[in-house]
Design a protein around this ligand. Structure first.
Ligand code: PGA
Length: 260
């Protein structure tokens, strides 16, 4: 793991954008894994600036998003489809045919702890096959939850998991309820790439900023590899770059940190 600590959120975002832009310039048809949430917004803003001012070309870039809520239509302002188009895609020259975001609408679902609805299962398999069809993800962007989750792989998720439907924890639903009128409106399920899916990306950049991520970052970087902190699995990744602001790095004790 390469851990880079930057002064603040802005510097963290620019560092990540520099790496993403470098990978796109080396490989114009880069397969780029993308994340939602407040963390990557600064990265997207900087990539949009690079597109406008420096001609960074997304026309051949292929994207795969990590996750989507189940039950929200793409035009819902809390859906991850809406988030990606509003905050990134509509501002760059991406080819819409190259954008992949998990589907969230499946109609009525029968979900029990022992069985997945066959249409969801077939869809998740299809999503995994699409990733393979494009040769796998070259670079995956990740945030981290305060509980150590990556994408919607909550603590306890199988470290070998693939794209599937997950029940959101009460904590995650409460955390995300700030964006909805009430907690009852927060979806109960999401489709998410699995930890196994994420681990197959050739390179991974995990971003974290702010004090409320410091414990999760410490557990991910210095703790044991455990399903209780899904991000700790990145210790097994061959090419993981962790870019932090000083607050998110404040509980790290390791000496291998690079203060860029
Ligand atoms: P955040 O979410 O970027 O909004 O903090 C990160 C996550 O939950 O993975």
């Amino acid at each position: 793991m390469l851990v880079i600590v930057k002064e603040d959120y802005d510097a963290m975002s620019k560092e990540a954008a520099k790496i993403v832009a470098d990978r796109i310039r080396r490989k114009p048809n880069l397969v780029l894994g993308l994340a939602t949430g407040s963390t990557p917004l600064g990265l997207y803003k900087e990539l949009i600036r690079m597109h406008r001012e420096e001609g960074l070309d997304f026309s051949k870039v292929v994207t795969f998003n990590l996750d989507e809520y189940v039950g929200l239509p793409p035009e819902h302002d809390q859906s991850y489809h809406y988030f990606m188009w509003e905050n990134f895609f509509k501002h760059i020259n991406i080819n819409p045919a190259n954008v992949h975001i998990p589907q969230g609408m499946f109609g009525d679902l029968k979900i029990s702890p022992y069985e997945t609805d066959p249409k969801v299962e077939a869809y998740c398999q299809w999503y995994e096959e699409q990733i393979k069809k494009f040769g796998g993800i070259d670079l995956q962007i990740l945030g981290i939850g305060a509980n150590g989750h990556i994408a919607f792989n909550e603590p306890g998720s199988s470290l070998g998991s693939r794209t599937r439907i997950k029940t959101l924890t009460e904590k995650t639903r409460q955390d995300n309820s700030r964006f909805f009128k009430s907690i009852d409106e927060v979806p109960k399920y999401a489709i998410t790439m699995g930890i196994g899916t994420i681990m197959e990306a050739k390179e991974v950049i995990l971003l974290a900023n702010g004090e409320n991520k410091a414990d999760a970052v410490k557990a991910a970087v210095e703790g044991p590899i455990t399903a209780m902190c899904p991000a700790s699995m990145l210790q097994m990744h061959r090419k993981a770059i962790i870019i932090l602001d000083k607050k998110a790095a404040s509980k790290l004790s390791a000496e291998f940190i690079y203060y860029g």
